[in-house]
Unconditional design. Structure first.
Lengths: 81, 393
């Protein structure tokens, strides 16, 4: 598995959680990490693929990209604000 | 069994304070439709295909309904057929349009935000060996015309489908420009005009057009299928001598008469009513943005349907929001995953790349009052705040 830009500093395991719980987990955690840090969200809810990038846009954070970890969808977000 | 007549009016809850805001799914029956339906139940049951006097009278009524609707649409009466719903009209248009040009190729082009009826017809086409190209939309839900032009110009395209305006985001599509690209490529265009008929004009240039009476205040169970003269189309179903071989089975004459009477009525009032509803939608867009934090108002703010407004509330479960509003008497629709039987978010919202959770669509109609809208707007911020508090946000 490869990432567009380096390894994430932290992984939030939201597998099995329904929308909007993965986004809520991200929104809680990201402000607690230093600016520049990448947080990875593992989320298999179909809405996460749309809602995590949308959250980044609304909150002016950087959506780094999607990946697959052991077959589970992963979404990387960098705190920039 | 409970007597269904005991159910109260759908636009009121027990306290009489709620409102029905889901006209884009089903618009309350227009008084002209009710009147025509009741009148036709008495003498509109005879088969218009027979030769005796009673049947010829039914035929005259059917012809009159066809003439009325054709006139509103600006098409010839013999180009218009009635189907048993908007969905079946779409299936017939897509599958019949593809079958009619099978020798040209197997290609079907559609936007990413078509109604599920178009998606389902496309799936069937692909299962039967055809191909399908999905054309993306921008953040406002408008189809990418360059991608559309490239897709219809590719070799082997038999048909293209474009919705006249998004049923979920309200964004009006560039139908005239898309039709021009199709014309240049020699590809017939199907326009799914269900959201626009009786409300806003639909540009020309298409070969096939479909509509649904319950979207404009007619009864459920009446679809429109328009095939412009010279359009190549082969019925995807076993055909009989009904509707010029385009839709089998005896037509529901009373429902068709009601559909025609209501379309005529709403068409006459469309400009003024559109202005009224559009101002209410603008009021909703501005007020929700100002009073509900972390909300994304979806769709084009200007080039949109007059009666549809959609927004998504961050950190809110769409089903919980819909249920909370229902408890307060407000009937709305949602594109959030948790409200769908498949637990997948709306393909329209996903294609636009907008927030899909906490999503609500309001669609207004002729019985919608400013007071109802204001009551909704007064209650919404508290409901959203309470739901966020439940999840600690």
């Amino acid at each position: 598995m490869s990432l567009p830009t380096g390894e994430p500093a932290e992984v939030l395991d939201c597998l099995g959680q329904r929308c909007p719980l993965p986004v809520i987990a991200l929104a809680r955690r990201l402000p607690q990490v230093p600016v520049g840090t990448v947080v990875r969200v593992l989320a298999d809810d179909p809405a996460a693929a749309v809602d995590i990038p949308a959250w980044c846009r609304m909150r002016a954070q950087q959506y780094v990209g999607a990946a697959s970890v052991d077959g589970a969808p992963a979404f990387d977000v960098r705190r920039v604000a | 069994m409970r007597d269904p007549r005991q159910a109260g009016p759908i636009d009121r809850d027990e306290n009489g304070v709620g409102a029905y805001f889901d006209a884009a799914t089903a618009t309350p029956l227009h008084p002209a439709a009710r009147e025509a339906l009741l009148a036709a139940l008495g003498d509109g049951w005879a088969d218009p295909g027979k030769l005796y006097t009673r049947a010829r009278r039914a035929r005259l009524l059917l012809d009159a309904a066809r003439d009325t609707i054709a006139q509103v649409l600006g098409v010839r009466a013999d180009e218009l057929s009635f189907t048993s719903s908007g969905t079946t009209a779409v299936h017939a248009a897509v599958l019949g349009g593809l079958a009619g040009r099978r020798r040209t190729g197997p290609g079907f082009v559609r936007s990413a935000i078509e109604h599920s009826a178009v998606l389902h017809a496309g799936e069937r086409h692909v299962r039967d060996g055809g191909t399908e190209t999905e054309v993306p939309v921008d953040r406002l839900g408008r189809v990418d015309l360059d991608a559309w032009g490239a897709a219809v110009t590719a070799p082997g395209v038999a048909l293209a489908s474009l919705i006249s305006a998004s049923h979920e985001a309200g964004t009006v599509q560039p139908v005239a420009q898309a039709a021009a690209r199709c014309r240049d490529a020699g590809v017939p265009l199907h326009v799914d005009a269900a959201m626009s008929l009786g409300r806003v004009p639909v540009p020309g240039g298409w070969s096939l057009l479909t509509g649904s009476a319950r979207k404009w205040g007619g009864p459920a169970g009446v679809g429109l299928l328009v095939l412009r003269k010279g359009t190549r189309w082969v019925s995807p179903y076993p055909a009989d001598d009904r509707e010029s071989g385009r839709w089998p089975g005896a037509p529901d004459l009373p429902a068709i008469l009601a559909a025609a009477a209501s379309l005529h009525a709403v068409h006459e009032a469309a400009a003024k009513e559109g202005e009224r509803l559009s101002a209410l939608v603008e009021h909703v867009r501005a007020t929700v943005a100002a009073t509900v934090p972390d909300v994304e108002i979806v769709g084009d703010p200007v080039d949109r349907l007059p009666h549809v407004v959609t927004f998504s509330c961050l950190y809110v479960d769409g089903e919980a929001l819909l249920t909370a509003l229902d408890r307060r008497g407000f009937a709305v629709s949602s594109g959030s995953a948790c409200t769908s039987s498949t637990l997948r978010p709306s393909h329209v919202l996903a294609a636009m790349g907008v927030l899909t959770h906490g999503n609500i669509r309001l669609s207004l109609h002729r019985d919608t009052t400013p007071e109802q809208v204001d009551r909704f707007l007064a209650e919404l911020p508290g409901i959203v705040a309470a739901l966020r508090a439940e999840v600690g946000m």
